[in-house]
Design a protein around this ligand. Structure first.
Ligand code: WT7
Length: 665
């Protein structure tokens, strides 16, 4: 980490006060025994407590096998099925309890009991079988927030197929890349869905992805959104489509025997952005992942079967996988799912839903909280909701936003857990167990039971614990929720996460250290304050984007000779991408070129990745060896000091850029 950045970051962090969890929360919490931390210090066996929350076909023989680092194994010899754990095993006690409460954007509502879910998952599993999906096949799902999404995920899990869910906002090109990388020949999509009252034709993206030369989709299962306006699609024999409804009609009441999966068999892939242009397929195992998602849902989210729990994220990202689908359903609770945006038809939408279903636990992101703050507390007024527990995830939360959440959403009477984790980690790693620790706005808090974070200098030396100094956040000991590998690319798995701080020659797992890519401070109180990414990954409104992916999208535009993308701090969205562009000789910077750049990003990645500003400059800052110094651009974007520029080939470039940005930004 750059010395100047470190000092700058620390200076901006004022001391914060603590908030006690309300006694009435503590009195009912799942995790009130402080011994939990000590129990989990018994590595690796402590983690078996999480595995005990699940129903196993075959119990494991060995909790952890670290003999081939970093390819760790968990609950070795055990076997289980994730759909059985999330559905079947709840039937005896709560088949008529809602498993999912779904609310469509336009106000349609559907309650899916555990019995309904059982029936629908089985029928969909039969559909998958019917079209030839076999155990270990990768099935790609490109579905919005409709019940078809969790149903298809669980149906895959039932037959031992590996799902790869691609967030619905991703473009056809991004979908195609992920199909190709996963060598996936089955796509599950839907005709369309609603966004702010508008019908989005989602099949168009599937059409385009299928037509992409490199993809080899043999079967495209198409769900129908079904509502008063859309009766469902008619297919005119266009291969490779199959209407889910048609096959489902033949599979009514089907029972599909769940496949016992080895604990180490993969459950799913989740693509995420890294430091190269190519997204990585994080591969998650069945046993360890599910145990970790269930355990953290129990102790961090305090979920009970009697709760109505609402995580207002999208299932298309890891948050939704772990904390809308797998964790909550494994615990047999009621999980709410909402299709639309928080401001449709008006800015009270979420609070109206919270009141209607009497939601107990609510989960959202700092970006959303900043937006609610901006809209004003009047939109919450008059709604009778009463949360006992609030969560935030995805970005560091500013103390002011935390305070607003606490005062206006929590009514000064709920706990807030700030959960730090990543797509790769499967579940929370740093966050307080809410009944055991005081809250501190802006700090994620203490490590979860059994998790051993540390801070390292750039040169790999460990920074003293609780020193209050910033460093590279690493995790020194394996945990069951961690990714198994990068799909199809073990070398990249080692390069991205392990090489930097591990002794990669060693076959002792203790010499292997997981690099998170984040910077953090470990305070004297033992709380971690996560500062943000230190690598070429940015966090836009809680969505992870790779600098290189954005740059290669921009480079598709004919008029552009060279481009660099950096993150600019934004009050509302956390960070936004700024694109610095050098045009080809003879081309003039114009609004038309700007539009082309934005269109290209939407086309290659998706509208959620839109750059905020496109800035025309005559040259990019480069080192003598020709490497672009993005840090210099980042400092320009954020109106900060330039830092050390002695390695620049042409030291006058930053000043030129500053001037050009002022005139065309
Ligand atoms: C990155 C992971 C898994 C959650 C959804 C995002 C940032 C995540 C926090 C937090 C500060 C956070 C980190 C991390 N991040 N949670 N509570 N406080 N930063 O998952 O897309 O894999 O992104 O999000 O920078 O590395 P993701």
């Amino acid at each position: 980490m750059n010395e100047d950045d470190t000092i700058g970051l620390e200076a901006r962090l004022p001391d914060q006060e603590y908030y006690r969890p309300p006694p009435k929360f503590v009195g009912q919490a799942n995790g009130t025994d402080p011994d939990i931390y000590e129990r989990f210090e018994d590595f690796p066996d402590g983690f078996s407590e999480y595995a005990e929350l699940l129903t196993w076909d075959e119990r494991w023989d060995e909790t952890f096998d670290g003999s081939d680092p970093p390819f760790f194994e968990w609950f070795v010899g055990g076997s289980l099925n994730a759909s059985v754990n999330c559905v079947d095993r709840h039937l005896e006690e709560r088949k008529n309890q809602a498993a999912l409460i779904w609310e469509g954007e336009g106000g349609e509502a559907r309650t899916i009991t555990y019995q309904d879910l059982y029936r629908q998952v089985n029928e969909m599993a039969a559909v998958l079988r019917e079209v030839g999906v076999e155990e270990d096949d990768v099935v790609t799902l490109h579905l919005p927030m409709v019940p078809a999404l969790p149903i298809t995920m669980l149906a895959c899990a039932r037959i031992g197929a590996v799902h790869s869910v691609v967030f619905a906002g991703f473009s056809a090109n991004a979908l195609a890349d992920r199909l190709v990388d996963a060598d996936s020949d089955v796509l599950v999509s839907i005709d369309g869905y609603y966004r702010r009252g508008e019908w989005l034709d989602h099949k168009a993206k599937a059409d385009e992805a299928i037509d992409t030369e490199e993809t080899a989709v043999e079967t495209a299962l198409l769900w129908s959104r079904h509502d008063d306006l859309h009766e469902g699609v008619e297919l005119t024999g266009d291969d490779p489509y199959v209407l889910v409804d048609d096959v489902l009609a033949e599979k009514q009441g089907a029972h599909v025997e769940p496949v016992a999966r080895d604990a180490e068999d993969p459950l799913f892939l989740m693509y995420t952005s890294g430091t190269t242009g190519k997204p990585k397929g994080c591969q998650h195992r069945t046993g360890g992942y599910l145990a970790y998602a269930a355990g953290t849902s129990k102790y961090v989210l305090d979920i009970k079967t009697t709760d109505t729990y609402w995580c207002a994220a999208d299932i298309g990202w890891i948050t939704g996988h772990s904390y809308i689908v797998y964790g909550p359903l494994a615990l047999g609770t009621t999980s709410v799912m909402y299709e639309g945006t928080p401001d449709y038809p008006d800015r009270s939408r979420l609070w109206e839903i919270a009141e209607r279903y009497d939601v107990d636990i609510f989960h959202t992101s700092p970006t959303a909280i900043r937006q609610f703050m901006k809209w004003g507390e009047e939109h919450l007024a008059g709604y009778d909701f009463d949360f006992r527990h609030l969560t935030t995830v995805g970005e560091p939360i500013q103390p002011e936003a935390w305070q607003w959440y606490y005062d206006h959403v929590g009514d000064e009477d709920a706990v807030i857990v700030d959960t730090w984790w990543q797509t790769e980690t499967g579940g929370h790693l740093i966050t307080n167990l809410p009944a055991l620790e005081d809250m501190k706005p802006g700090s994620a808090g203490r490590p979860c039971p059994g998790i051993e974070p540390a801070l390292y200098e750039d040169d790999g030396t460990e920074i003293e614990a609780a020193s209050g100094r910033a460093g590279n956040l690493v995790i020194e000991r394996p945990w069951p929720g961690m990714l198994q590998t990068v799909y199809g690319d073990d070398d990249r798995f080692i390069d991205e996460y392990w090489r930097r701080f591990s002794d990669t020659d060693s076959d002792d797992w203790r010499d292997w250290v997981y690099k998170t890519g984040d910077g953090a401070v470990h305070g004297q109180d033992g709380y971690y304050r996560v500062l943000g990414r230190l690598d070429d990954v940015m966090n836009v409104s809680g969505h992870r984007l790779g600098t290189m992916e954005l740059e290669s999208a921009v480079a598709e535009v004919e008029a552009i000779a060279e481009a660099a993308v950096v993150a600019r701090e934004d009050r509302e969205r956390g960070h936004v991408p700024d694109v610095y562009v050098v045009l080809r000789d003879g081309v003039e910077g114009s609004d038309d070129v700007r539009k082309q750049v934005i269109a290209s990003v939407e086309d290659e990645i998706g509208a959620f990745a839109r750059p905020d500003r496109v800035l025309f400059v005559s040259a990019l800052p480069k080192t003598r060896s020709g490497k672009i110094m993005r840090r210099v651009l980042e400092n320009i974007s954020n109106k900060e000091d330039l830092g050390d520029t002695t390695t620049l080939r042409d030291p006058s470039v930053p000043d030129q850029i500053r001037e050009q940005v002022q005139t065309n930004g």
